[in-house]
Design a protein around this ligand. Structure first.
Ligand SMILES: *Cc1c(COP(=O)(O)O)cnc(C)c1O
Length: 419
């Protein structure tokens, strides 16, 4: 396999290339193939950006037709038929059935673009400057998002001051004895706490990059209550946990909350095409025309695939399939936890957003390497990189899921024997 050109010319910053040292060509569903024709089951799926699998035929068909038809591709924020169709599909297929009402902002194409817009709007709306963010949070690589992220190396990247962020413990951080919601409620209500009232609280319902830390529904409900009580904007960064990953379209549905602002990206287009939106409580939409901008806000190819994805959520057969696959995955992981107690500490996550907390980074490293050799792509997360992320497509077939889990089982066995 010739990877010389990457070593010679591509920056040292690359991570996943060296981690999976082969050259990929084709992909369908949960399977991707390298140049030699070797198949791999994909449990990384673009870090949650391909929840509907690679080249999902239902999602790609309208895109192929759109491309072949000479239709507009880039449109800034002009009105296009593709954008109209997407908004209609999103409002009718996703928001309305859930009783949700939001204005939709199209920021730049990446997740961090959405978070920056959300933070800017919350600061503008409240006139306050600071934001509360959680331990082990990950919100992206631009300055505002870096500032609210938890990881020391991520935060130091910007090389400039990151003011106006109040760090608070996530649900279950350090030990279950700390009730972080009541701590937050306490400091916000105490004039002697030394903590100024923030513009917003920004959170992930499951911290994927932070190690698949999973907030309880009760905690999420409590945080919403606290935000409303203290007049603080609640921003849910649903960039990785949303768009179907937990089995519901939004990851917060389990808690029946209605955040003031929701950021979506990653799997929103359904196809791996970049697309982000910020959902804004209607009365908070105080943007002036053109006040927030970005060149790539009109990715019409992504609108067509996103629209097709939204329509799938109205089909009972699709939602029932996702539910069943989530239950299968959870059962498989429970089995692995019981079978390999020396390697695995616990299962984490919810629905199809899952992880295996292992005893050490070394365990994860060896499992990763054996899995790759045998045709499975997995990656690690967490501050100590000791959590195996298990993110199969939510549309994965039973055969592909069984096969991927069998390879993971084998890799865990091999690493246990190696000790
Ligand atoms: C990936 C991710 C981001 C950043 O998205 P980009 O498209 O990489 O900018 C932000 N928040 C969460 C929770 C993410 O998983």
């Amino acid at each position: 396999m010739n990877t010389d050109i990457f070593t010679a010319h591509e920056s040292n910053v690359r991570r996943y290339g060296p981690s999976f040292p082969t050259v990929f060509t084709k992909a369908l569903g949960a399977t991707i193939w390298d140049e030699t024709g070797k198949p791999f089951i994909d449990f990384l799926v673009g870090s949650g950006a391909l929840n509907y699998g690679h080249n999902n035929p239902t999602i790609m068909a309208p895109a192929i037709e759109y491309l072949a038809g000479g239709n507009i591709l880039l449109s800034l924020d002009m009105y296009t038929a593709a954008k109209r169709d997407f908004i209609e599909a999103f409002v009718d297929g996703i928001l309305k059935p859930r009783g949700l009402s939001y204005k939709i902002q199209f920021p730049g194409p990446t997740g961090t673009n959405a978070n920056e817009a959300a933070l800017a709007l919350a600061r503008k709306y409240t006139g306050r400057s600071s934001v509360m963010a959680f331990t082990n949070a990950y919100h992206g690589m631009s300055l505002g998002s870096l500032a609210v992220s938890g990881s020391a190396s991520t935060r130091e990247l910007g090389g400039v001051a990151r003011h106006d962020v109040i760090r608070v413990p996530y649900d279950g951080y350090a030990n279950q004895a700390i009730d972080s919601a009541s701590y937050i409620d306490g400091v916000l209500g105490d004039p002697g706490s030394g903590i100024e009232k923030p513009a917003a609280i920004i959170l992930e319902t499951i911290q994927a990059e932070g190690g698949m830390n999973t907030a309880s529904a009760a905690w999420l409900t409590e945080i919403q209550r606290i935000c409303r009580k203290h007049d603080v904007v609640l921003i849910v960064d649903d960039i990785q946990a949303g768009s179907g990953r937990t089995g519901d379209f939004f990851s917060f549905e389990v808690a029946k909350i209605e955040p003031d602002i929701v950021c979506l990206s990653k799997s929103l287009s359904g196809s791996g095409n970049p697309l982000s939106i910020v959902l804004i409580r209607p009365d908070m939409d105080i943007w002036k025309p053109g006040e927030h901008s970005g060149t790539f806000r009109g990715n019409n190819l992504a609108f067509t695939t996103a629209g097709a994805m939204c329509k799938m959520w109205s089909e009972r057969q699709f939602t029932a399939g996702v539910e069943r696959t989530a239950a299968n995955l959870q059962r498989h992981l429970d089995h692995l936890v019981a079978k390999f107690p020396k390697c695995i500490e616990q299962k984490r996550g919810r629905g199809l957003m899952t992880g295996l907390k292992c005893r050490s980074q070394a365990v994860v490293g060896r499992v990763h390497d054996v899995a790759f050799e045998n045709g499975l792509l997995i990656e690690s997360s967490g501050p100590n990189r000791d959590v195996i992320k298990v993110l199969p497509p939510i549309t994965i077939t039973d055969d592909e899921l069984d096969h991927g889990i069998a390879i993971l089982d084998h890799a865990l066995k091999e690493q246990a024997n190696g000790d």
